[in-house]
Design a protein around this ligand. Structure first.
Ligand code: ADQ
Length: 476
């Protein structure tokens, strides 16, 4: 029996997140249900089926409110194993201000240290407050005394405190999926105090790595003059614990998928279509934090510096459309397109195209097929909270014969010690890392890969969950 099962009787769980685990949508006049996917949903969904009360989230699917009851709820699961998905309706304007605006145009660039990209806007902030209030009120409506309330991520940083105001004794936790910036950056936010207070409404605050937890505690100290000891501090008479919980992936699922028939066929099909000895792979959402132009420029410089690799190596770059298709993202999409076009124009030969950009979301089996087909994964974000692509790539390669080039500025870099580390801003280092990844001795490569795999397997998403719940339940 797992830890969470043993503790099941201790109280039910209310999850509060911007994104819903399932959405209903119309297609050809019919209504379909789809999982919104991701490692997090795949681990939180079974947990919720076992001990969930309600999952509160924005109902973003086109048919979401066609299937809900009068209380905007839809039942997920059946018999004893079920939970309610309580959907929150947001108007177009609210989505634009709270989600596209405050979350993605203010907080996202701020925590990714790109201050010149922040679009400060009072209306975004006002709506962010309103929507957090709405999430908090609905949580309180669903709340029973023994419930545990777990708020997720940067869209809902005010919610813990707003819930606390109405339910003083509630057991509240918060997990932040992005990097937390140093005080020198954070302090420019006009609403810094309210945001910190909001998060401090939780009893347990989780980050991916120690650096982010340290930065957060430093901000709290600078803003409120509160000192912490081993991650613990007192705020408004309550004890709060702040710690790191590095998120992992569902290792077993990736490994199993990678050994099944379809990904193996897809792997062969991809390799055949490339007509090259080596395949480099990039998989990123189209976002400036992912450093895609830097990667393409480095590949260009690599081909220039090491012409013997021309006609031998292809970079396959999968691009996932980002959360909100804003003008900034469209600009980046164009930049990537132009860059790839220029590089291809310069080097392309008969039967060899150096860069292939594929702008689409692919199904899991195809994604694993790409991971398997690659000799090297180039995971080179300028900064990233964790980066799950690096971990998925490791789990999906059953032959242990690939190499991972990883940005030192991805949270995953702390754990994945055997990867070839790079500073994505340093082009020479990037070029050298690509060369190294393609020429590394097979024995060394295998040895390093096996070590990486061990880590990803051990620190998988269930361990993350187990550790988080254990720490949280210990507080009461
Ligand atoms: P993201 O910025 O979305 O997440 P990441 O952790 O890499 O970044 O997760 C991306 C996910 O999307 C992966 O599971 C990947 O498989 C999938 N994906 C990407 N492109 C795809 C494609 N073309 N087709 C199908 N699937 C695709 C944020 C933070 C990260 C943090 C996570 C989790 O920015 O730093 O790791 O949350 O906390």
């Amino acid at each position: 029996m797992s830890y969470s099962e043993k503790k099941k009787k201790k109280g039910k769980l209310i999850l509060v997140s911007n994104r819903e685990p399932y959405s209903h949508y119309f297609s050809k006049g019919k209504i379909f249900l789809k999982s919104t996917g991701g490692s997090l949903v795949s681990v939180l969904d079974p947990l919720m089926l076992k001990r969930g009360n309600t999952w509160i989230a924005w109902g973003s699917g086109s048919a979401d409110f066609k299937v809900t009851d009068p209380k905007h709820r839809v039942k997920i699961g059946k018999d004893k194993n079920f939970y309610w998905l309580r959907r929150i309706k947001l108007s177009k304007k609210e989505v634009n201000n709270y989600y596209v605006g405050f979350s993605n145009r203010v907080i996202w660039p701020l925590v990714h240290l790109m201050v010149d990209k922040i679009q400060f806007n009072e209306e975004y902030w006002e709506t962010y407050k309103e929507i957090n209030e709405r999430f908090a009120n609905i949580t309180v409506e669903q709340f029973k005394r023994s419930d545990f309330v777990w708020v997720q991520d940067y869209h809902l940083m005010l919610a813990p405190q707003l819930i606390r105001k109405k339910r003083k004794k509630a057991k509240i936790a918060f997990f932040f999926h992005l990097p937390w910036p140093p005080w020198e950056i954070f302090r420019i936010l006009p609403w810094k105090r309210e945001i910190l207070k909001g998060i401090l409404g939780a009893d347990l605050i989780g980050f991916h790595i120690p650096l982010y937890a340290k930065n957060f505690l430093d901000c709290v100290e600078k803003e409120f003059g509160l000192k912490s000891k081993k991650g613990a501090l007192k705020f408004e008479g309550r004890k709060i614990l702040c710690r790191n919980f590095p998120l992992g992936i569902d290792f077993e699922k990736f490994q199993k998928t990678s050994e099944s028939k379809k990904p193996v066929e897809i792997e062969k099909e991809i390799r055949k279509s490339l007509n090259a000895e080596f395949m480099l792979l990039g998989i990123d959402r189209i976002d400036y934090s992912k450093g895609i132009p830097n990667k393409l420029r480095a590949f260009n410089a690599f081909l220039k510096k090491h012409p013997s690799f021309q006609k031998k190596v292809v970079l396959v770059q999968l691009l996932t459309p980002s959360r909100a298709k804003t003008a900034e993202y469209k600009k980046l999409e164009k930049e990537i397109d132009v860059l790839a076009g220029e590089i291809n124009g310069e080097y392309q030969k008969l039967f060899w195209v150096p860069i292939r950009c594929l702008d689409r979301f692919v199904q899991k089996e195809r994604l694993v097929g790409y991971y398997k087909a690659a000799d090297v994964a180039l995971v080179t974000p300028l900064i990233d909270g964790m980066n799950l692509v690096a971990k998925e790539f490791i789990a999906a390669n059953s032959k242990n014969n690939s190499a991972l080039v990883l940005s030192s500025f991805a949270g995953a870099s702390e754990e994945l010690k055997e990867a070839i580390k790079v500073n994505p801003f340093n082009q020479n280092e990037m070029v050298e890392a690509i060369r190294k990844s393609l020429t590394i001795k097979p024995v060394t490569k295998r040895k390093k890969f096996k070590l990486l795999k061990k880590r990803v397997e051990k620190n998988d998403v269930s361990l993350w969950l187990e550790n988080f719940l254990k720490e949280w339940e210990k507080l009461y």
